[in-house]
Write a protein that binds this ligand. Structure first.
Ligand code: PLP
Length: 380
């Protein structure tokens, strides 16, 4: 008999997505910035408290927009964690910047703010903290350092919609922030993202860059009588069909979040004894951070144990996956001077981290199965 494999992720299908896409198709407005894009922008402003949100085609593109908005130039330096997705760095390297990789904290796996000052040079322009698993970076210290040195801050909040740090939404601390709605995220439309603009001085230019360098948004609002080329730019706005899917999911956010919370908390409560016994570390959430239940990871005692664990789970029908490889040791990272030992915590964590299935449509019986297989793993 074929065994059903439990995947690591399945995009959520809640309710209303199909109806809203059908409505968009029937109404005949499929390009961007229609009714549903605006509804999503407004709802995201309400959820986060950001003064302006613009949907984008991905978080990667939102990050590219932030580099353009901050006028990052060749020779500028941007400080970011080595333990992140490649888009965090590429957005700035595309503008000619030199990435400077910072190590992470061993507890939250977020950029280690105590390492920042030593990395700042006269060329530094920006700091890009990544809220790993949607658990807030130490934003008070990061903002204080940024202000002291006149640096911009871009929060890569790909994981952290609904996350809060000291009661304030992630994505509202930096000059700019980005979200992802890729299918692996809590709220998704397959591929999608958003840029959060916390400095109103950047509002107008953000609209222009996102609309191919034109003032088309002003034209559609009747503020100019024709639109034209006014700046550099690209096409960063998603189709209305995707915005409709996203709107349906955003509307169902409480249902999605409550299911994810249930799964996360079951992992945490049922695995804690086993983890302690076998020197496995479970996620640490500081009490002043409200997490969005985006990810449940475990730190295994060694790379060898992790490899055996992933293969054991696979043999027992459960897909578990590792995460980022250190960027400073990648082919590109080495070209920027990265070498072993630069970010020891990242190098160690990256080898030992494993993520468990966590998605809205994960059934309770599947969750029980995953937990049972984990508890049966003894190859330490
Ligand atoms: C921290 C981080 N930033 C950016 C991205 C890119 O997101 P997207 O796939 O929406 O471009 C990801 C992808 O998961 C990510 O993990």
């Amino acid at each position: 008999m074929d065994r059903k494999i439990i995947p690591f992720n399945k995009p959520a299908l809640v309710s209303g997505e199909i109806e809203l896409v059908a409505e968009v198709l029937q109404q005949g407005h499929m390009a961007g910035d229609g009714v549903y894009t605006k509804k999503c922008n407004n709802l995201l402003e309400l959820i986060t408290g950001a003064q302006k949100v613009l949907l984008t085609t991905s978080c990667t593109h939102a990050l590219e927009m932030t580099a353009l908005l901050l006028d990052i130039q060749a020779g500028d330096e941007v400080i970011l964690p080595s333990f992140t997705f490649v888009s965090t760095v590429n957005a700035f390297v595309l503008r000619g910047a030199r990435p400077v990789f910072a190590d992470i904290r061993p507890d939250t796996l977020n950029l280690d703010e105590s390492k920042l000052e030593a990395l700042i040079t006269p060329h530094t322009r920006a700091i890009v903290p990544v809220h790993y698993a949607g658990v807030g970076c130490e934003m008070e210290s990061i903002l204080a350092i940024a202000h002291q040195h006149g640096l911009k801050v871009v929060e890569d909040n790909a994981h952290g919609l609904f996350g809060k740090y000291r009661g304030k939404s992630l994505g509202t601390f930096g000059d700019l922030a980005t979200q992802s709605f890729h299918e692996t995220k809590n709220i998704s439309c397959g591929e999608g993202g958003a840029v959060l603009i916390n400095d109103p001085a950047l509002n107008d230019r953000a609209e222009i860059l996102r609309e191919k360098g034109t003032n088309r948004s002003r034209f559609f609002r009747g503020q100019v009588d024709k639109y034209t080329w006014v700046d550099i730019g690209s096409s960063y706005l998603p189709s209305e069909a995707l915005a409709a899917v996203l709107y349906a999911q955003l509307t169902a956010r409480e249902e999605i979040q409550s299911r994810r919370r249930h799964i996360w908390e079951r992992y945490a409560s049922t695995l804690s004894g086993w983890a302690q016994q076998h020197n496995v570390r479970l996620p640490i959430i500081p009490e002043y951070c409200q997490q969005p239940y985006h990810m449940f990871y475990m730190l295994m005692p060694s790379l060898e144990v992790r490899t055996r664990f992933i293969s054991w789970m696979k043999d027992h029908g459960v897909t578990c996956v590792f995460h980022y490889l250190p960027l400073h040791l990648s082919q590109m990272g080495e070209k920027f001077g990265g070498k072993i030992g630069d970010c020891p915590v990242t190098e160690d964590i990256s080898d030992r981290l494993v993520r468990l299935p966590l998605f809205y449509n994960l059934e309770d019986s599947e969750l029980d199965d995953v937990i049972e297989q984990i508890l049966a793993f003894k190859q330490f």
